[in-house]
Design a protein around this ligand. Structure first.
Ligand code: ZN
Ligand code: ZN
Length: 142
């Protein structure tokens, strides 16, 4: 399946045009980085968030990278932005197949463990992530 990513923005990269195909026969896109440099990335690199800049972004990683980690029924797929509370938002896939967007705080606290299909039971097994977050979540919720 082919996606036209022209004009779409992935982190610091804006897709300018299709450049060609790489040795794996994946579409390679010419992208303009916010810093002004041009770089090339495949569709999957862009869509999975593997490629977020021309390379200038590497040193900026203040946000915890939760990609690939599992929280309850959720597997973190990619960073999708920042909430209005300045928390990192992650696109997660639930075991039931649904996609959902969760903040890093909700993931790490165990507040959100599924797309919603799991119900709202709190199993006390997230204390290893820090008692503070866990308690904080419980107090807010009840
Ligand atoms: Zn750059
Ligand atoms: Zn689910």
């Amino acid at each position: 399946m082919k996606y036209d990513l022209t004009g779409m923005k992935f982190n610091r990269l804006t897709v300018i045009k299709e450049h060609g195909r790489n040795y794996k026969d994946s579409v390679v896109w010419e992208c303009l980085c916010e810093c002004g440099k041009t770089t090339f990335a495949t569709s999957s690199d862009l869509r999975n968030g593997h490629k977020k800049s021309c390379g200038c972004l590497k040193r900026v990683s203040h946000a915890l990278d939760l990609k690939g980690q599992r929280f309850g029924k959720l597997t973190v797929k990619k960073r999708v932005g920042t909430s209005q509370h300045r928390k990192a938002l992650w696109r997660c896939k639930c075991d039931c197949g649904k996609m959902t967007t969760v903040s890093s705080v909700d993931l790490r606290s165990g507040n959100t463990k599924s797309c919603g299909c799991l119900g709202k039971s709190f199993a006390g097994r997230n204390l290893d992530l820090g008692g503070f977050w866990y308690e904080n979540t419980c107090i807010k919720k009840r």
